[in-house]
Design a protein around this ligand. Structure first.
Ligand code: PGA
Length: 259
């Protein structure tokens, strides 16, 4: 079985001093990268620093939380995927619900960003998820399907299989302390595999699907232990090195039990 993923989305948090402390703690526990895919997406301005700290032991993969749809030119304030590649960024997160909601990123824009990002990153974590209203009106599957079909439209199946990771993050569970039950999450993950199979002819379980939304050490085992959950995209709990390490240990334990 593929190792489980623990991906920290630091959002707009940490500074040079606190991220250095985080990395020092990770460094003292040198085995994490063998146990699971341990990835971190810091703020753009901290990517280089984290890459530099990570160079010696290479325990983490370092990614971006977003990138521009453009590669260069007059786009004041935007961050180029080509430049992120130039400094050695491994992966990018696209379509996070905060980008969709606060920054009004549409399916069409995300589709363009994703196609372009394929040229510059080893992996793209493409996020989907329904709001509470949508879940309560039983539109979860419809929303998930349309975000995937529209967002990944036109990608070829090799790129999908080699480069795309989906993150299912119910919007109502992000940063709220409310988590989808393991069964609720597993059901949507299974549905995502079905959508990938029906619309993109991807054999089931060849694209990892991560769960995100208030994952923490106390609930991670039950979530990660579900058949269709291949890892976690973690906000709040990934900011604390001890919690991040604990999540990696839980992922390792599950891998060990299954193999
Ligand atoms: P959370 O965030 O773990 O703080 O809920 C998850 C995310 O937004 O990726």
């Amino acid at each position: 079985m593929e190792k489980l993923y623990i991906v920290g989305n630091w959002k707009m948090n940490h500074n040079i001093s606190s991220l250095t402390n985080f990395h020092n703690t990770i460094n003292e526990s040198k085995s994490i990268s063998k146990n699971c895919h341990a990835w971190i997406a810091p703020q753009f301005i901290h990517i280089s620093k984290l890459l530099e700290l990570n160079k010696e032991n290479n325990l983490l993969k370092i990614g971006a939380q977003n990138c521009s749809v453009e590669n260069k030119g007059a786009f004041t304030g935007d961050i180029s995927p080509e430049s992120l590649n130039d400094i050695g960024t491994d992966f990018v997160i696209l379509g996070h619900s905060e980008r969709r909601e606060i920054f009004k990123e549409s399916d069409e824009l995300l589709n363009q960003k994703t196609k372009n990002a394929l040229n510059y990153f080893n992996k793209i974590i493409f996020c989907v998820g329904e709001t509470l209203d949508q879940r309560e009106s039983e539109k979860t599957n419809e929303i998930i399907q349309s975000q995937i079909v529209e967002g990944l439209k036109g990608l070829d199946s090799e790129d999908l299989k080699n480069k795309i990771i989906i993150a299912y993050e119910p919007v109502w569970a992000i940063g709220t302390g409310k988590t989808a039950t393991p069964e609720q999450a597993n059901e949507v993950h299974q549905y995502i595999q079905k959508v990938l199979n029906e619309h993109f002819q991807i054999p089931e379980n060849s694209i990892p699907v991560l769960y995100g939304g208030s994952v923490k050490p106390s609930n991670a085992h039950d979530l990660l232990n579900q058949e269709f959950i291949d890892g976690a995209l973690v906000g709040g709990a990934s900011l604390i090195a001890e919690d991040f390490l604990k999540l990696c240990e839980i992922a390792h334990g599950i891998n060990a039990d299954r193999s």
